[in-house]
Design a protein around this ligand. Structure first.
Ligand SMILES: C[S@@+](CC[C@H](N)C(=O)[O-])C[C@H]1O[C@@H](n2cnc3c(N)ncnc32)[C@H](O)[C@@H]1O
Length: 277
């Protein structure tokens, strides 16, 4: 077990480098992740490991150890139904353009679900001219590498696909290097080329986007890791990059907090921007 002082140093480092708040009831989780971190850095002395990180070394590795990357394809599927049935349809009928930002992309399942949905909707509305773009960011370099590589396990990762998606259209099969019976699937280049993955910390004082740049922002299942003041600050920065009339999707236990007077609730954790903050 680690001492209260060591755990406090970890809490401080996690907050400084990612904004993630590790509460006192997370001590077992912190300890497990520190064990892994020590193994990864091949150094059994936790004080030495923490001192290295406090000096600014191995920051990406440290952050990666304390992020929770749980995600899956078409998670909270009603958001993808809304994207298909309302947003793409509207974009086709109006500007012919759709700019989307996915702010906690993790290993890529969410941004690829967005792209598959847009493709299906374009076919549904018989429109191949919609000009769409997707930027997907995450603080964790390791998950971004996984995302841009685009390799997933068939079955384990694809059980939640809705009936209107055919995996073979978007993924090619690859043999598993070790197990004969299992398959990996790799996102086809045509889909992969439509997303730009970038490392970005949502706690950064400003974001590299223009005001009112996006029609849609996905910010799902990431605010829960921050304290309420930081959630509000992140929401405000994201909101300034969303067009009036644009849509913000939040995760199932997240809310727009201070933005509430500036949005209209359209559905389950679906918020439309009605005016500037
Ligand atoms: C639980 S996953 C959610 C993934 C996806 N949005 C979903 O709903 O399935 C949370 C993600 O937030 C990322 N994250 C945590 N802190 C962050 C920060 N300060 N800036 C950007 N991303 C962060 C983590 O690396 C992780 O991949």
């Amino acid at each position: 077990m680690y001492s209260p002082r060591q755990l406090e140093r970890v809490r401080k480092l996690a907050y400084t480098h990612s904004g993630i708040t590790l509460s006192a009831n997370k001590d077992v989780m912190i300890s497990n992740r520190l064990d892994k971190l020590k193994r990864f850095l091949e150094n059994e002395n936790i004080d030495e490991v923490l001192a290295l990180i406090e000096r600014g070394e191995h920051i990406d590795t440290f952050v990666s150890a304390f992020t929770t990357n749980k995600t899956n394809f078409f998670r909270e599927s009603f958001h993808f139904e809304d994207l298909k049935d309302r947003i793409v349809k509207q974009a086709i009928e109006t500007s012919g353009e759709l700019k989307i930002y996915c702010s906690a992309a993790s290993t890529g399942e969410e941004p690829y679900s967005i792209l598959m949905t847009i493709q299906e909707a374009k076919e549904l509305y018989d429109n191949s001219f919609l000009n769409h773009s997707l930027i997907a960011t995450d603080i964790d370099k390791q998950v971004l590498d996984h995302a841009s590589n685009g390799v997933y396990e068939l079955g384990r990762n694809t059980d939640d696909f809705p009936s209107w998606i055919k995996p073979s259209k978007y993924f090619k099969r690859r043999n598993h290097p070790n197990k004969d019976a299992e398959y990996l699937i790799k996102v086809k280049d045509a889909l992969r080329s439509k997303v730009r993955f970038e490392q970005m910390n949502l706690m950064s004082p400003s974001y590299p986007f223009k005001p009112n740049e996006f029609d849609v922002i996905f910010c799902r299942n990431v605010l829960i890791y921050f304290n309420q003041d930081d959630q509000n600050n992140i929401l405000k920065k994201l909101f300034s990059t969303l067009k009036v009339g644009g849509t913000l999707y939040l995760g199932h236990s997240e809310s727009p907090l201070g933005l509430t007077p500036y949005v209209e609730r359209f559905g389950q954790n679906i918020f439309i921007k009605t005016k500037e903050f």
